[in-house]
Write a protein that binds this ligand. Structure first.
Ligand SMILES: [Zn+2]
Length: 198
């Protein structure tokens, strides 16, 4: 199926979600009939469906769609992939950056596909640890590379807004497979992702 960028919302689901969000507004002490809130339940319903669209997307199919035979065995790094997700404990956003690397074993994929795989798993209810390992697994299983590394640095609004940790604290998670389990390869990767390019 060709990639379809047109936003499509299931009418039945949108209607049901809107109904419930209207109730939620009321329960929170708001007046959902006042002008500013009139269309809010509908807007949240669409926004939530957009934020969770990853459930209907297949990361491996995305990688397969641009899988090419290529005899390179150098580390390929995609740095600073923007991540926008929602924590599954509070349904409150967390955002940050993912850095992904792999060492091919005969096959490569389009660089933009790596970023799209990060989107597929970000656009679900998540914990940062699982998001990290799901990106790794999808690349590992599709490209059968010699190694994969994923590092995610993210700030969680559920911690920041509830005053649980300092405002600027960033959570870092990582997952390594194959060659990256070796200290030398891993530290080369860590050095490359933390280096400023000039
Ligand atoms: Zn949370």
């Amino acid at each position: 199926m060709a990639y379809n960028k047109i936003e499509h919302y299931d009418e039945d689901i949108t209607e049901k979600l809107s109904y419930h969000y209207k109730e939620i507004l009321q329960l929170l002490g708001e007046d959902p009939t006042r002008e500013g809130l009139e269309k809010t339940p509908l807007r949240i319903s669409k926004a939530m469906q957009y934020f969770t669209q990853g459930y209907s997307k297949d990361a491996k199919a995305i990688l397969e769609s641009a899988k090419f035979h290529e005899n390179v065995s150098e580390m390929i790094i995609v740095k600073d992939i923007e991540i926008y997700s929602m924590c599954e404990h509070h349904m409150i956003p967390f955002y940050g950056k993912a850095h992904v690397a792999y060492i091919p074993n005969g096959y490569i994929t389009g660089l933009s596909k790596i970023a799209r795989v990060a989107d597929v798993f970000s656009q679900r209810l998540q914990v940062q640890e699982r998001l990290t390992s799901q990106i790794l697994e999808a690349i590992k299983e599709t490209l059968n590379p010699l190694g994969v590394a994923v590092v995610i640095e993210a700030a969680h609004f559920c911690m920041m807004m509830r005053g649980i940790s300092k405002q600027n604290s960033v959570t870092t998670t990582s997952a390594f497979y194959g060659e990256f389990e070796k200290i030398e390869t891993r530290s080369e990767f860590m050095k490359l992702i933390s280096a400023e390019l000039h």
